[in-house]
Design a protein around this ligand. Structure first.
Ligand code: MN
Length: 730
């Protein structure tokens, strides 16, 4: 039933009575009268009475066969937000269950409306949605129905609002519906989003499909007739449905150029619904005898259900005139799950009361939430987008257990799926009995065996190797623990040294009342936290001594050790660097890019080692920017670029035509700029291409720039690069 305007409360009650004969009709009727009264006079953008909206939402919930509490909440879902009604009043009128749902829904939409940073809000919003649904999955189901009806009536909003709402729906709500297995809502949402996000493509496609409607009708009739004949001749009863695939999936296939819109088969699909699993396989056999199957396109989602519990047999066959088309075969139960997913499951369970174990989709939601602790909104959003995606890859353990992964998952994801300890110590493994490294991507049907080593431990790079939420959060929490441990060690060393310099014993100070009040003044709970804060670079050891022993050391004495500490901890050359604003940080040049004086730089507060200074063009900076809170402004001290600074080693890679005198020209250019060659390796290949790797000494970025541009201008030089940086000159 599409036309929302026509829905009457009697339709809803009749629908509910079909699946809930013991229905408490009064509750729904009361909500209907109550809500119609309160929303009286309110009008939607469409010009319809506002109340058509909650009424349609309630109808959708009845279609999902939910109980009267959910349907009542659907009727009342906007009442706290849009009318003077209070929660206390609802509680009195409808009881605590309904009130709890409506309050949760109101909180969600309050949150949606208070946008600040768009991306952060979306993720946070989603998280709240999940949190709320943990208590009661009905909240999320009402929310999905609410959003679907808003999508249906989107045409009445301004264009920019249409785009924003459609994008949010496509990013967040359609994936949730999919993950909860509610295919009917997911597909309609996607089609509506497609229509508003790509109106021109949508129109064209609709046109194409309409143009071929006659041809489609003929094919539907012919093929349905053949399949029905097959069923009849073999004593099977079932329903054959022919349908146009949902537009968004046709559009995606068109973009991947998997289909040709001129070929009517590419957007038609058939579905056969039968009484039992055995019949499903029987029908599959009959169809494969009638039309040859396309190899590799048969999928048995009955034996291996999708993670959202979807089950069906899928096959593609070469139909009349050798046109391939798709057929899905399923039972009625599977059909219901495919359309309504968790809602179908939820209502079964409700009827069977206390049917034991938790729904696997609820535990999936819970897992998603647990694993998102401590992640930034961006990380959280990225990870759920991956986890929500339906393109799953199925892999097996040698014992035959099957696990599903999002596409792009690696053997390391597999290891973390088995156990976090297996993940932490994974060194690789074998796929189909062949040894493969950690980064190897999993493919459908792989049999995976993990190898571990007690010496192995997680690395930062591993975060780039995994795609599952679970693996990423396990790695992240391991690294965090490790960083904390390291920073406590570093902090202890720094503090002990400062205390020694000041002629005080840290051991005596440790545990004293003075130290306790110092901890309190910094909001720290234990000494270990103080050590960690010093190690992280958040607190400076000299400042602590000054606070602990006021008046003991003069200003001069207090400064000197700090400068010393900085120099010692950060190695040579750092005195040329300054951290803007706060001089208490230890500063050192990052090993990966070794920026030169004068180069554009950026600082990051590392865990435990002070401030690492990277070149702006360093590839690692991109990853570090995911933690903007750790970025800190640094600059070269004014004298750093002068000739007084100590020279730096820079590695250059070159490709050139192998002509005589090339090496002489190269070294001449370098020495003409006042630089020395520290080492040099050359080799040539048969095609007269020469490769050079050189280490030279330079003072600053400007000098390096001059050398690079002279080298590039040499006759026969093809490419010069500073190693580790794609663009040498930013
Ligand atoms: Mn609403």
């Amino acid at each position: 039933m599409d036309s929302s305007a026509k829905i009457r409360i009697e339709d809803i009650l009749n629908r509910v009575e079909l699946y809930r004969p013991e229905l408490d009709e009064d509750l729904i009727r009361h909500a209907y009268v109550f809500a119609a009264n309160r929303h009286q006079g309110q009008v939607r953008r469409s010009g319809e009475a506002y109340f058509t909206h909650p009424l349609t939402v309630a109808w959708m919930l009845a279609e999902m066969e939910l109980d009267e509490v959910a349907i009542t909440a659907g009727l009342l879902h906007d009442i706290l937000e849009d009318t003077e009604t209070t929660a206390a009043e609802l509680d009195l009128e409808f009881g605590p269950d309904v009130t709890r749902l409506v309050v949760a829904l109101t909180k969600l939409s309050d949150f949606e409306n208070s946008f600040t940073s768009r991306e952060a809000t979306e993720a946070e919003n989603f998280r709240r949605l999940l949190l709320a649904s943990m208590d009661d999955v009905r909240v999320i189901l009402v929310k999905l129905a609410d959003r679907l009806h808003n999508m249906r009536t989107l045409s009445f909003l301004r264009r920019d609002r249409q785009v924003a709402i459609a994008q949010e729906t496509l990013d967040i709500y359609a994936p949730i519906a999919n993950r909860l297995g509610i295919g009917s809502i997911k597909m309609e949402m996607e089609d509506l989003c497609f229509r508003y996000l790509h109106p021109r493509e949508w129109e064209r496609l609709e046109h194409e499909i309409k143009d071929r409607a006659d041809a489609a009708e003929r094919w539907f009739a012919e093929i349905r007739g053949i399949i029905e004949g097959l069923l009849l001749a073999n004593g099977l009863s079932g329903t054959v449905q022919g349908r146009v695939k949902h537009m968004y999936s046709v559009y995606q296939k068109l973009r991947r150029q998997d289909v040709d819109v001129a070929n009517v088969f590419d957007f038609l699909a058939f579905r056969v619904i039968v009484g039992s699993v055995a019949d499903c396989y029987a029908v599959l056999g009959l169809i494969h005898q009638q039309w040859p199957p396309v190899p590799g396109r048969m999928k048995d989602h009955i034996a291996i259900p999708k993670p959202n519990a979807y089950q069906s047999l899928h096959t593609t066959v070469l139909g009349p005139e050798a046109h391939p088309f798709e057929i899905q075969i399923r039972t009625w139960d599977m059909h219901k799950i495919a359309e309504f997913g968790i809602a179908a499951h939820w209502s079964y369970k409700e009827q069977g009361k206390g049917a034991g174990s938790e729904d696997s989709r609820i535990s999936w939601l819970r897992g998603l939430l647990d694993n998102s602790e401590g992640a930034s909104p961006r990380e959280f959003l990225d990870s759920i987008k991956v986890d929500l995606y339906p393109d799953d890859v199925y892999c097996f353990t040698p014992r035959g257990d099957v696990f599903s992964f999002p596409r792009g998952a690696t053997i390391l994801d597999f290891a973390y799926r088995i156990h976090s300890e297996v993940g932490h110590t994974c060194v690789g493994g074998s796929i189909n009995s062949r040894w493969v490294p950690l980064r190897t991507e999993l493919k459908n049907g792989d049999i995976v065996e993990i190898s571990t080593s007690p010496q192995q431990r997680p690395h930062h790079d591993w975060l780039n190797l995994v795609v599952t939420n679970r693996a990423r959060s396990k790695i992240r929490s391991w690294l965090k623990r490790e960083e904390k441990k390291r920073s406590v060690e570093v902090g202890r060393k720094l503090i002990e040294r400062e205390f020694r310099r000041a002629g005080v014993s840290w051991r005596k100070a440790s545990g004293s009342d003075e130290l306790k009040s110092l901890l309190a003044s910094h909001g720290l709970a234990k000494e270990e936290d103080l050590l960690a804060a010093v190690g992280f670079g958040r607190l400076a050891a000299p400042a602590i001594i000054a606070q602990l022993l006021p008046g003991r050391d003069g200003a001069a004495e207090g400064e000197a050790p700090a400068a010393d500490a900085a120099r010692e901890a950060s190695g040579a050359g750092n005195q040329a660097l300054e951290v803007t604003g706060d001089a208490d940080f230890l500063v050192y040049v990052a090993k990966c890019c070794k920026p030169l004086p004068g180069e554009r730089i950026v600082g990051f507060v590392t865990r435990g080692k002070g401030v690492a200074v990277h070149s702006r063009s360093c590839p690692n900076v991109r990853n570090l920017l995911y933690h903007p809170e750790r970025e800190i402004e640094v600059r070269w001290a004014t004298n750093a670029a002068s000739s007084g600074a100590s020279p730096n080693q820079v590695e250059l890679d070159m490709v050139f035509d192998d002509r005589s005198g090339m090496l002489a020209s190269i070294s001449q250019v370098i020495s003409a700029e006042g630089s020395d060659i520290l080492s040099c390796q050359l080799r040539t290949e048969h095609n007269d291409r020469g490769f050079g790797a050189m280490t030279i000494m330079v003072r600053d970025a400007a000098q390096l720039d001059r050398i690079l541009s002279h080298l590039e201008n040499l006759n026969g030089m093809r490419r010069v690069e500073r190693r580790g940086q794609a663009k040498t000159r930013a």
